[in-house]
Design a protein around this ligand. Structure first.
Ligand code: KPL
Length: 297
């Protein structure tokens, strides 16, 4: 297959490596146009893949069989809208990012849209991307046209297992959103690895209760207790992780808070529900982002 990977950060380089190794034609697409993208990835077994791959080739883009989007949530809709008119009309677009709310922003896009939820863990260490742990990528349709693309899961599974197809990722997306509403802002505020959230059980519980109430109104019933148990399970299984939001805050980068707690707040407002703990964390992260300039000024 001919695949363009939009976003060449940790997850993008992981996929570029896997697709290239599997014999696919893969190019990267960088925000600042460049004819090459350097892929430098250390695998889970310690081996290093280092290649210069094609990037930003408009002819390659115009004949791509898949656009895989691995950007941060807040970068996705502008970048995808810019490329959509240059892509074949039937080229599926697979979005893999934290948070929710992007699909609403991409309503006008004509191509088949798919979403992906992944537990593949990769992080940047200087110029090297480290594939920290293998995980599972669940993919599914985000519009009607995408329902015909279930075989994509098999192709991607061969390149970077595990990949599984689901006809409806709605409930799973909400569960992941709830977990991100807990782990991401709390770790960014307390400046701690995920596992240390064991020290803040009341906050974890309240965030889960609020999220479960919104989920129920969205038609995804999960008891607050089940959601809490699931969240503790993820906290424990990712205990040594530095969450993506804490990494962003430490590097003074914009966070994905608008698409995580911000999206929960938006849906709560639409249902007339108050979510005070989530609102408090949202405000705290926004305040943190606002101090960036002053620190570096
Ligand atoms: O998705 C994550 C993130 O860091 O963004 C979790 C699940 C919290 C793992 O760190």
């Amino acid at each position: 297959m001919k695949i363009t990977v939009l976003g060449c950060g940790a997850l993008g380089q992981l996929w570029l490596t896997a697709l290239y190794r599997q014999g696919h034609e893969a190019q990267g697409w960088l925000r600042v146009p460049s004819p090459w993208c350097s892929v430098n990835l250390q695998e889970t077994d310690g081996s290093v893949f280092n290649e210069l791959l094609t990037a930003n080739d408009p002819e390659f883009l115009a004949s791509s069989d898949l656009l895989l989007v691995t950007l941060k949530a807040w970068q996705v809709s502008t970048a995808v809208k810019n490329l959509a008119s240059k892509l074949p009309a039937d080229c599926p677009i697979l979005l893999v990012h934290n948070g929710m709310g992007i699909l609403e922003e991409l309503r006008g896009v004509k191509q088949p849209l798919l979403m992906g939820l992944t537990t593949q863990a990769a992080r940047r260490d200087g110029n090297l991307i480290i594939h920290v742990a293998n995980g599972t990528t669940h993919i599914g349709p985000a519009n009607l046209l995408a329902q015909a693309h279930s075989t994509l899961a098999d192709t991607l599974h061969v390149a970077l297992p595990d990949v599984a197809w689901h006809n409806d990722l709605g409930a799973a997306s909400w569960k992941k959103l709830a977990v991100n509403c807990v782990i991401n802002p709390l770790t960014a505020i307390y400046d701690c690895p995920n596992g240390e959230l064991r020290d803040y059980p009341q906050e974890v519980e309240q965030i889960c209760h609020e999220a479960a109430a919104v989920m129920a109104r969205e038609g995804h019933h999960s008891s607050p207790e089940d959601l809490l148990a699931y969240t503790w399970q993820i906290i424990d299984s990712t205990a040594n992780n530095i969450s993506s939001m804490l990494q962003d805050v430490r590097a003074q980068r914009q966070t994905e808070i608008d698409y995580i707690s911000g999206y929960l707040l938006k849906r709560a407002r639409a249902h007339g529900i108050t979510v005070p703990e989530n609102a408090r964390l949202y405000e705290q992260i926004k305040r943190k982002e606002n101090t960036y300039e002053r620190i570096s000024a």
